[in-house]
Ligand binder design. Sequence first.
Ligand SMILES: Cc1cc2nc3c(=O)[nH]c(=O)nc-3n(C[C@H](O)[C@H](O)[C@H](O)COP(=O)(O)OP(=O)(O)OC[C@H]3O[C@@H](n4cnc5c(N)ncnc54)[C@H](O)[C@@H]3O)c2cc1C
Length: 423
Amino acid sequence: MATNLQSDSGTVYIAGAGMAGLAAAVACVQRGFKVSLFEAAKHAGGRCRSFEDSVLERVIDNGNHLILSGNTNIKRYLDSIDAIDNFKPVDPVRFEFVDLDADISWSLTPSAGRIPWWALLPGKRIPGTSLGDYLAMGSLKSAGDQAIGDLIDPTQPIFERFWQPLCRAVLNTDAQEGSAASIWTMLSQTLLQGRAASCPMLAKDGLSAALVDPAVEYLTKHNAAPQYATRLRAIECSGERVHSITLNDQEIELGPQDRLIIALPPHELSTLLPDIPVPTATRAIVNVHFRLEDPPNLPNHAPFVGLIGSTAQWLFKRGDVFSVTISAADELAEKLSEEIAAIVWQEIAKVIGRDGGTIPPVRVIKEQRATIAQTPEQNRRRPDSSTNWQNLYLAGDWTNTGLPATIEGAVYSGQKAAELLEK
Ligand SMILES: Cc1cc2nc3c(=O)[nH]c(=O)nc-3n(C[C@H](O)[C@H](O)[C@H](O)COP(=O)(O)OP(=O)(O)OC[C@H]3O[C@@H](n4cnc5c(N)ncnc54)[C@H](O)[C@@H]3O)c2cc1C
């Protein structure tokens, strides 16, 4: 419930209507602030959005996004905008994997409680792993500034069959260099809490319908509709305050009670305020979407499977659209889309029993700067929400949230910036 707008608490200007900006705007409205949200693109959602694809003739997401039931900040956001029912929990809670190199498959079923009993039973473990491999997970708890590759032996099967898919999915960074502390945070909030916090939540009708449109509707209802095609072009600071901002060609002077939340990607902030250090390295994600006639089932009727020993890393099925995600994909993203589609189709055709030679209608989406590289070094460059300027706050998945750069992190960053505002 939004409280009454406080006319004397000024306007909160919010730049960027991605997940961080939307979450900040919703939280500000709930706290009773007057909000002015503006976005350079003609739509909200940023890196998390759906669109009508002309080749596939389907609404597809820019990339498969997986969230888990333990993502409590997303849940808080969805509750605020009455959108929790837009997600479907995967039932039963199980993660399917296929190793295309070794031609074997397995399932991981989280235990009900916090103790992963399945790790004690050789038949339930990931093939080729031992109990010691799972006990070694504890070393991440006090990892500090180390990478996964510093703590886990990369020659052991568990590295390629568990740590690598996990790190790529969560950090968009290879396990050799991915931050152990960031992975530990994610594990301790989800998989290590047991089944109730480990359940994959799938957007029933795509990302925009689930996460973006209901927020825009909520904001519109509360006089805070995003203004599209409105780019933040300049910020003028004087002393300890932001004095004015330029939106497209219009300069707006900030009053004594006005605040600015910047929820833009790090390279955008750098061009506006080069004095704030930001992460500089990014990683690409490539998604390949195929539309299939007579869509087959994935192994065990799962909605998605993890793939090992292949270029393709995760395969999702949504109706007749089969979508492959490849994270930490900078090298692959340099190839031609046709080449990528051919490589990936050959691989997944084996998993779903189709002819690898005939490529069905396909759309390849390369997100070159999908997220920051989540290495210990880049994590040290993530700035806090508060800045040296009293009326300027930062949000975005790449800010110092203590969480990986994911939707959960983006939403939390927006909520956190809103909570820092004094009335
Ligand atoms: C392909 C892909 C797959 C992913 N998979 C997952 C996943 O499985 N699970 C998960 O949790 N996360 C995933 N993520 C990460 C997730 O999408 C991001 O963490 C999240 O969307 C970031 O939101 P944000 O608001 O911080 O940034 P953005 O979405 O980048 O929002 C910034 C907004 O600012 C706007 N903007 C830029 N410059 C200006 C300007 N000067 N003035 C005004 N507006 C401006 C942009 O247009 C954009 O809308 C994935 C990301 C990608 C790309």
